[in-house]
Design a protein around this ligand. Structure first.
Ligand code: PHE
Length: 343
């Protein structure tokens, strides 16, 4: 057999070669690529072939060696993977669920309330937490120096340019203004968000909390529409169908009311929650003051509407029996993990 026939034969052999396991792969490696292997011999003999043959066969020989090396590496990779897989996978074992994160109690309450209002055509609106005086106060009918501004202890944010100061919004009512400025009636929105008040932190109150605002503006919206809407909400959210409206005051609504839900006084907890009255105060509401509509360029002769606003912490605390509002903001995992999502 001349040199070129030997190369041809080796190629045919390598094409057919297979290894069934790691051991066979190693044996083939030694046979062909080892220090006393077939390639070694071929390369040795290559030295003594004619220069013509060298030119013709050098390249194919080198390629064949690379091919052999690749085949061996491939067998080894495949076979070692296959062996491990075979050993480690037990197809009869029951499946394992990935661990689910917990949903924050405030998020749970927020999601429920959004769902309830989605059902009657309200969509979600948002606004910034750092707000200007206009959207937090002036457009809502709080004139400068008006004592009603004291109802809400405000955090001020210094504007480095020295022009106008900003505030951390004290309520989500600022989103009412932003929505009325950018949309034409009919408007039906709810606006969930964080609000800030400069209050001493205790087990019952915090300087950060969450509200959900509601706003409905259209032609011919009445106080009765508001009451119906809030009754529907009380039934869906608290599972209680009796509410009452007590006269109240907000600069941006007229008339204004506090909404109480009849909770009942069946047990010890009911007494505690309702301070012995059977009624639970849940939100503020009222008919949007015509001056507020006007501030946002909505014609009060043509349109009317109602607004309401409620805090989320109190509902969350009551629903999940959270004894201290500070727990809601501390993000202690041991606390948060208790609210595993039911997904
Ligand atoms: N913004 C009021 C508050 O923070 C709540 C409210 C909203 C009242 C909308 C009436 C209408 O207390």
């Amino acid at each position: 057999m001349n040199f070129s026939e030997r190369v041809e034969q080796l190629k045919a052999e390598l094409d057919k070669a297979t290894a069934k396991n790691l051991e066979e792969a190693e044996q083939l490696r030694i046979k062909y690529l080892g220090s006393k292997g077939v390639f070694k011999a071929l390369f040795n003999d290559f030295k003594s072939v004619s220069s013509e043959e060298k030119r013709a066969l050098g390249k194919p020989l080198n390629e064949l060696k690379s091919f052999a090396e690749e085949r061996v590496a491939q067998w080894k990779a495949e076979l070692s993977g296959a062996e491990v897989k075979h050993k480690d996978i037990d197809l009869t074992r029951p499946g394992m669920l990935g661990s689910l994160g917990a949903e924050h109690p405030i998020s749970i309450i927020k999601r429920e309330i959004i769902d309830i209002f989605h059902g009657i055509g309200f969509s979600v609106a948002e606004g910034p937490e750092i707000e200007d005086d206009w959207h937090n106060f002036s457009a809502l009918n709080f004139p400068p120096e008006h004592p009603a501004r004291d109802m809400q202890d405000t955090f001020f944010v210094k504007n480095p340019n020295g022009t106008e100061d900003y505030v951390l919004r004290t309520h989500t009512s600022s989103v009412q203004v932003r929505t009325m400025e950018s949309e034409k009636p009919p408007i039906r929105i709810i606006a969930p968000g964080r609000v800030f008040r400069n209050e001493a932190v205790s087990a019952r109150s915090h300087c950060i909390f969450h509200q959900i605002e509601g706003l409905y503006i259209d032609e011919g919206v009445t106080f009765a529409d508001m009451k119906q809407t809030l009754e529907y909400f009380a039934k869906e959210f608290f599972g209680k169908s009796k509410i009452r409206l007590r006269p109240s005051y907000f600069p941006f609504t007229e008339p204004s009311a506090e909404v109480d839900v009849y909770w009942g006084l069946e047990n010890e907890l009911d007494h505690r929650i309702t301070k012995g009255t059977g009624w639970l105060e849940v939100m503020g509401c009222g008919m949007v003051d015509p001056a507020v509509l006007e501030s946002s360029n909505i014609d009060p002769e043509k349109y009317s509407g109602f607004a309401f606003g409620m805090g989320l912490e109190r509902s969350a605390m009551q629903r999940f029996q959270i004894p201290d509002i500070r727990m809601i903001f501390e993000n202690d995992v041991r606390f948060l993990q208790q609210f595993r999502s039911a997904l």
